[in-house]
Design a protein around this ligand. Structure first.
Ligand SMILES: Nc1ncnc2c1ncn2[C@@H]1O[C@H](COP(=O)(O)OP(=O)(O)OP(=O)(O)O)[C@@H](O)[C@H]1O
Length: 262
């Protein structure tokens, strides 16, 4: 199977008026179609930089970023981005918020509106389409953000800590919902998270990055029997703790004397 996304010998340098600093260094990564991969590692190791490069927000200082074998030359609607904040527009209804990407692309057809209403139903948001963001809870708003991301039917979802601002039980519910939906739609996903259990429960592979400048320190393949489970089931599996512990131990070793700054 050919990779959906590839980073080939990618380095990135941020330059400001005072200095140039290396954020990621000689990174090699290939993500297969339909795969769910998480990026974890110490704060500042370059996780968001990697998502930004994949999204084509800026080019790497060195190396190649490929999407379906072609160089990424700028943002594409084949890749959807979901962030920690929902960024819903308060003056637009839930339906109109969910449709905004399609509207900008000139693809807001009656069929697209029906598809968005169906996605809102699937996310447990039936009956909210004509309401406004301030009438919804944080977890509901984040589900609207997911519908907005999925509405334009991207092939890849770049998820930058999308659950980190939510209460634990809402976060667990959303992890299951997102996992179930992405599997049904056969999407490829890359999740950046500080929550190692979330990474282990949701992913096919967990990529642990080392301290800045970001390099891959270790790749953890999640066993097939755990991958098949929904995240809340995976967390209860007898084998789950061992996986969590092995990622945690490596992260602690990476962080060394400074403690686990995740
Ligand atoms: N626009 C920028 N200009 C200069 N340096 C930057 C810029 N954006 C990020 N950096 C630096 O590059 C490094 C990588 O940042 P990045 O946000 O990718 O890390 P991260 O692993 O996502 O961090 P965190 O886990 O804290 O969110 C950090 O040291 C950060 O300070």
């Amino acid at each position: 199977m050919k990779p959906m996304l590839e980073l080939k010998n990618v380095s990135h340098v941020y330059v400001n008026e005072k200095e140039a600093s290396l954020a990621i260094d000689s990174l090699e990564l290939a993500v297969l179609p339909g795969e769910f991969v998480s990026l974890v590692g110490p704060s500042g190791c370059g996780k968001t930089t990697i998502l930004s490069l994949l999204a084509g927000l800026f080019p790497p200082a060195q190396g190649e970023v490929l999407y379906a074998g072609q160089p990424v030359s700028g943002p594409s609607n084949k890749l959807g981005y979901m962030l920690q904040q929902d960024y819903l527009f308060p003056w637009r209804t839930i339906r109109d918020n969910a449709l905004i990407g399609l509207e900008i692309m000139g693809r807001k057809t009656p069929q697209a509106c029906r598809a968005v209403d169906d996605l809102l139903d699937e996310m447990g948001l039936a009956g909210t389409a004509d309401r406004y963001p301030h009438e919804l809870s944080g977890g509901m708003r984040q589900r609207v953000a997911l519908v907005r991301t999925l509405a334009s039917d991207p092939e890849v979802l770049l998820l930058d800590e999308p659950f980190s601002a939510l209460d634990m039980h809402i976060k667990l519910q959303l992890e299951d919902l997102v996992q179930r939906t992405l599997r049904r739609l056969n999407k490829t996903a890359i999740l950046v998270t500080h929550d190692l259990a979330e990474a282990a429960a949701m992913s096919d592979r967990v990529i642990l990055l080392g301290r800045r400048p970001g390099r891959i320190r270790q790749i953890f393949d999640i066993p097939l029997d755990i991958r098949r489970l929904l995240p809340t089931e995976a967390r209860r599996d007898p084998g789950f703790q061992d996986i969590f512990d092995s990622i945690w131990e490596e992260l602690e070793a990476e962080d060394g004397k400074e403690g686990a700054d995740v």
